[in-house]
Design a protein around this ligand. Structure first.
Ligand code: IMP
Length: 200
């Protein structure tokens, strides 16, 4: 979808529910440009390595696919799935492993690929898990960073966009498993008075 078309349709998305409205925060065109720049930075840092991308399911899937295509050179993929409980303002920080990696990361150049850094508790859990497995290099790429919400002392090595504290969907990110397929990153609002999932 073009940026203009996206803006025109910002209030109406396919399959949207009446009480949900959208505003394009980052257009697909801006995402494409930024992902290309990030891939160049990453490849510059590891020009000769096979870069082992570890995607955190499911939100990172579209970002990982685009990043992989821009990286050039040797790239391999693996995926991990975790779930967190008590998300939101009263996060307990409990993270549960749902699906582990398929192959060992020992001695590899690993790039953890995350859709969004929010409290940072998920990433903290993952970094601790992966560090124990002795990769050669361990780096993190995130598309979006809600810096204001950080609880854990973690940061990404490569960041696409720093965004405000608003609940976003699209380009892999969901709201109750919907809207992952939107090309743009959009702020979703649930009620006429702008009550969002994050505020809830
Ligand atoms: P953290 O552990 O609080 O950093 O949470 C990271 C995870 O929370 C992300 O991988 C997303 O799955 C989810 N998340 C956080 N903020 C948003 C958002 O605005 N939209 C969709 N998912 C989000």
């Amino acid at each position: 979808m073009s940026t203009k078309a996206a803006k025109r349709s910002a209030k109406q998305k396919p399959g949207h529910r009446a009480e949900e409205t959208f505003r394009v925060l980052i257009s697909h065109q801006r995402i494409r440009t930024r992902v290309r720049q990030m891939a160049q930075e990453i490849r510059r840092d590891f020009p000769n390595d096979q870069i082992h991308l570890v995607g955190v399911l499911k939100g990172s899937v579209l970002f990982l696919a685009d990043l992989a295509r821009e990286l050039g050179g040797e790239v391999s993929f693996d995926f991990i799935s975790v779930s967190s409980y008590g998300k939101g303002m009263d996060s307990t920080g409990e993270v549960k492993l749902i699906k582990d990696l398929d192959v060992s990361i020992e001695g590899r150049t690993v790039l953890v690929v995350e859709d969004i850094l929010d409290t940072g508790l998920t990433l903290k859990y993952l970094l601790r898990l992966f560090e124990e497995r002795k990769p050669k290099h361990l780096r993190v790429a995130v598309l979006l960073d809600k810096v204001e919400r950080r609880i854990a002392d973690v940061k990404a090595d490569y960041t696409g966009f720093v965004i405000p504290n608003e609940f976003v969907v699209g380009y892999g990110l969901d709201f109750d498993e919907r809207y992952r397929n939107l090309p743009d990153v959009c702020v979703v609002r649930l009620g006429p008075h702008g009550k969002t999932k994050v505020d809830a």
